[in-house]
Design a protein around this ligand. Structure first.
Ligand code: DO4
Ligand code: MG
Length: 281
């Protein structure tokens, strides 16, 4: 099932997506539907199928969930670790350490406050001159870390701020419009094997593609279940939260985002998440 949200009768409304159209689930946000499914002990798919209207609306998806919390993993692809290490003259190898060792890097990426959906501007901090998209497969989490579905995420990051000093990581990662999610959430039964999906990313500037990259999730160095298990250690993340699984596509400084660029990320079986970039103060 493809599930998410639309703006319907001026309300954020959960919806099931079929044939590029939406079947609204009246009086529920996706968070509300998740909570109800957990309270009633029925699956999200079952509840959605039961309450979705029969007719299709030609309404585009908005952010598929307003997440309670967003967490993100880092250095889960070799490329992300080696590129970051190469950037640092000092403390050579601390990204490689995280790539290699059992404990993954997991950081707090924010809440719904810093998230945007399809076609909404992603942020370039006014104090950053090298902000890059990080195209990532993300999981939407239910109670006790159960995977409710998969979506596309953009872990937009101010790389120059992270590069200056690793202790600046939270400032490079968490700020207005630093995380894009969407267009929809695909439930695990429909998504299938999460380790065989192509992820592609294109940055367009005035109709010219200034960057194109791709990776396959077969290169993901961790099992998603392991990342979730570490996230939940001594940390009962609420259902309706999102976990980003890390980037395997590295955008270099010559393709740093500029205001007006359009960044598009696709993942097999989910679709395309496209966002313009804008300066945020
Ligand atoms: O430590 C840096 C962040 C890494 C990251 O976000 C990624 O690899 O995706
Ligand atoms: Mg990332």
């Amino acid at each position: 099932m493809r599930i998410g949200q639309i703006r319907w009768n001026n309300e954020i409304t959960a919806a099931v997506f079929e044939d590029n159209a939406a079947r609204p689930i009246p009086e529920h946000t996706l968070q509300g539907l998740i909570e109800r499914s957990e309270k009633q002990n029925v699956s999200l798919e079952e509840l959605a199928a039961e309450h979705a209207l029969r007719h299709l609306e030609q309404i585009p998806p908005i952010i598929p969930i307003n997440p309670r919390e967003v967490w993100a993993c880092g250095c889960t692809y070799e490329m992300s670790a080696s590129f970051r290490d190469a950037e640092h003259g000092t403390r050579e190898g601390f990204y490689a350490y995280v790539y290699r060792e059992p404990r993954p890097e997991i950081f707090f990426k924010g809440t719904a406050r810093v998230c945007v959906g399809p076609n909404k501007p992603i942020g370039i901090r006014a104090d950053s001159s090298f902000t890059a998209p990080e195209p990532e497969m993300a999981v939407v989490l239910g109670a006790k870390g159960r995977i409710l579905g998969f979506t596309v995420a953009n872990d937009v990051s101010a790389w120059d701020i992270e590069r200056e000093n690793p202790l600046y990581l939270p400032q490079s990662k968490v700020y207005t419009a630093c995380c894009a999610l969407g267009p929809v959430i695909v439930t695990p039964d429909e998504f299938g094997d999460p380790y065989s999906k192509n992820i592609t990313c294109t940055i367009r500037r005035a109709d010219t593609a200034i960057f194109q990259g791709s990776v396959n999730t077969s290169q993901l160095h961790r099992r998603v279940g392991t990342l979730i298990e570490y996230l939940y250690r001594a940390n009962p993340v609420p259902s309706g939260s999102v976990l980003l699984t890390g980037t395997g596509i590295i955008v270099k400084e010559d393709s740093a985002l500029q205001a007006g660029d359009i960044c598009s990320i696709s993942i097999d079986g989910i679709g395309e998440l496209s966002n313009p970039a804008a300066i945020v103060e």
